[in-house]
Write a protein that binds this ligand. Structure first.
Ligand SMILES: Nc1nc2c(ncn2[C@@H]2O[C@H](COP(=O)(O)OP(=O)(O)OP(=O)(O)O)[C@@H](O)[C@H]2O)c(=O)[nH]1
Ligand SMILES: [Mg+2]
Length: 462
């Protein structure tokens, strides 16, 4: 296998956090990896730098007088390594300082530089060790915030996306060669049935459509869901956020207008990452600070995947609640939560306020006792279509999905071409475009600049 003759690079391949993790790994990749490893690690006893062996030793400072860390060194000669190049991994102690010092020591060598984000993975792809979608899968697995997201990332690492898209692309390539042959040698070949060709193309288009829909439905697994809790002052929005977060995240008082700013809490609901956004209770007020808070509440309402409108069951459904409900954009998913279910219903107030259908439609809840919490969480996830992701086996990421859409649109155009009974070379234009887009997904038709862009979104060390 031909390796890219590039500079040797190094980075910390594990997460960096204070006091966390017993060990960390500094990865060195490139033609000088071994030389560098040998020059900075002192091995007690007999040295053995054969491929795929582990040695015990110390990373020494430049004067070879101070021990920087006690380490294990793993040697992997290319092409049998992650990047396909020579790789030396130094397994040192974790935390912040030890591993940073080891990395600095490595980088003090003149023949190595710091790796760019995603550069190890990029080299793995360039050297044919990984397909592009597999490399993306690794990045998604590392970043996965839910079990389902991790499962889908694994499917990508296993080549699920690559296989599926490649097979669709091959169908198109076959059709293209048939059509191109007709363009050049129409008279010498048996005639092609345009309806049949179109059918074949539309089968591919339909499959792409399914993949796109699945990607849309599972997008929140990667990005997480954003849930805005809105309502009139004092109905218990902050109390609800605290209950779901299982801690006292927001200030709760019996004074209306307590929350002034947006406050976010990251939680996992049944394996799905969720950002809860507590907002200022919306009302007419003269208080300048509160006004600003209310403006932010309105913004939160517009950018949320789901809006949870909380009202006070004790007070019943008020005109102000109705005004808020009317402000939720039509296309936004929303849930009505009647809070304070633990309190007896104040019949006087309930009489005064509307006996709205909202009361019948709402879920009853108590932020105080936790009553109705399970039903609320289920309803929330159902509203976002979360349960629909169960059957999804592979999910394109945003980049892949956009390209699949481009391909599907190009194939859609062939319908018009067919209807207008245009000559074959018109068909080939759209077909080539679809093939090209699918090739960008798989990495078959991708420039180095595009790869740079894709991998720059990866973390350093990947
Ligand atoms: N009995 C009862 N009291 C509740 C419940 N939820 C909230 N409260 C009380 O209602 C009052 C207001 O609660 P908050 O959570 O601060 O209400 P909020 O909607 O965030 O209010 P603002 O931030 O002012 O808009 C507090 O005194 C809470 O203790 C509940 O389920 N039952
Ligand atoms: Mg509040």
């Amino acid at each position: 296998m031909e390796l890219h003759d590039e500079e040797t690079i190094a980075a910390i391949a594990t997460a960096i956090a204070v006091g966390q993790g017993g060990i960390s790994v500094v990865r060195i990749s490139g033609s000088q990896a071994l030389t560098i490893g040998q020059s900075i690690v002192y091995i007690q006893g007999e040295e053995n730098w054969r491929s795929h062996t582990i040695q015990y030793g110390y990373v020494m400072d430049e004067k070879r007088s101070e021990r920087i860390d006690e380490v294990l060194v793993l040697t992997m000669q290319g092409p049998r390594s992650f990047t396909g190049e020579d790789v030396v991994e130094i397994h040192c102690h974790g935390g912040l300082i030890a591993v940073q010092r080891v990395l600095e020591r490595v980088l003090s060598h003149p023949q190595v530089r710091r790796a760019l984000p995603g550069e190890f993975s990029q080299r793995a792809v360039l050297n044919g060790r990984l397909d592009l979608t597999q490399a993306e899968g690794i990045s998604e697995l590392v970043g996965a915030r839910s079990r389902k997201a991790a499962q889908l990332a694994m499917a990508s690492i296993d080549g699920g996306i690559q296989k599926r898209i490649t097979s669709l692309r091959e169908v198109l390539l076959d059709q293209l060669s048939e059509l191109e042959a007709r363009v050049d040698f129409e008279d010498e070949l048996p005639p092609l049935d345009s309806t049949k060709v179109l059918d074949e193309l539309l089968i591919v288009q339909k499959e792409l459509q399914t993949l796109i829909e699945d990607a849309n439905r599972s997008a929140f697994l990667h990005q997480g869901l954003r849930i805005a809790i809105i309502g009139c002052p004092n109905v218990g929005k902050s109390s609800l956020l605290n209950r779901l977060s299982k801690r006292e995240r927001a200030i709760v008082t019996d004074i209306p207008g307590t929350t002034r700013d947006l406050l976010e809490s990251e939680i996992i609901l049944k394996g799905i990452p969720v950002t809860l956004v507590d907002t200022a209770g919306i009302r007419t007020t003269k208080d300048e600070i509160e006004k600003l808070g209310i403006a932010k509440s309105r913004e939160a309402l517009e950018s949320a995947d789901v809006v949870v409108l909380v009202f006070d069951l004790n007070l019943g459904w008020t005109n102000n609640d109705q005004v808020l409900l009317d402000q939720i954009p039509n296309e936004t998913n929303h849930l009505l939560i009647g809070n304070k279910a633990d309190l007896p219903i104040n019949t006087d107030l309930n009489e005064q306020n509307n006996k709205s259908t909202a009361i019948e439609a709402c879920l009853t809840f108590s932020a105080l006792t936790g009553e109705g919490e399970e039903a609320f969480i289920n309803a929330l996830l159902t509203t976002c279509g979360a349960h629909e992701t169960q059957g999804i086996q592979i999910a394109l990421n945003e980049r892949q999905r956009d390209l699949a859409s481009k391909a599907a649109i190009a194939l859609e155009k062939t319908k018009t071409v067919a209807k207008q009974k245009l000559p074959w070379d018109f068909w080939t234009i759209d077909l080539r475009e679809a093939i090209h887009s699918l090739g960008e997904i798989t990495g078959d038709e991708i420039t180095e600049a595009m790869l740079d862009r894709i991998f720059s979104r990866f973390c350093i060390g990947k």
